[in-house]
Design a binder for this molecule. Sequence first.
Ligand code: TYD
Length: 208
Amino acid sequence: MSRLRSRGTFITFEGPDGAGKSTQVKMLAEALAEQRPLVLREPGGTELGERIREILLHQPEGMSAEAEMHLFMAARAELLRTRIEPALAAGRIVIDDRYQDSTLAYQGGGRGAPVEWPPTFPKPDLTVLLVLPPDVGLDRIRSGGKGLDRLDAEPLDFHRAVAAAYDRLAAAEPDRFLRLDARGAPEEIHAQVLGRVRSLLAQSEVRA
Ligand code: TYD
């Protein structure tokens, strides 16, 4: 299935809340500006996805783990069909702030929902995992003044389970994952990400 998107390059960012993903996404997008990457964040990026995002992050009564899993994946399916796949088919670089590994880590690892990787969801060419001890991440969000959403507000044990799930995912696919310590300086992290992305782009040029 992933062979369908032979021309583009699909890069995702993962990690706990407060790890600095959005900063890294922005830095990478700026470094690749000439190539006009499509930059997305999940959940969201489509009209349906934004409505689902609102329910997921702010539904006061919460929801069952399985319903939560399906909602995240429904938003993702819409984003894939309407934005990610067309961009990859046109040969573009797509940078997605969170993707299926988030559902595997949060709903699978954190909540114990039966999450699988649907065969129709392409695997990223590269997944940057920013690693941060969960208590440090939560402190960063609290002091950032953005406020906690429904998932951020979960207890520390939940965030520990998410982190452990991310570690297992990265260990299982070491070629796809670039695992970096999020406590490093943003510029240093960016340099490592960019180095890896450039070699990925060079490889795909050789193949083309
Ligand atoms: P967001 O404000 O975008 O957080 P962040 O800046 O950390 O990406 O909110 C996304 C929240 O949703 C975040 O707590 C992680 C969670 N999430 C899941 O639980 N499962 C998923 O599949 C995705 C995409 C996000």
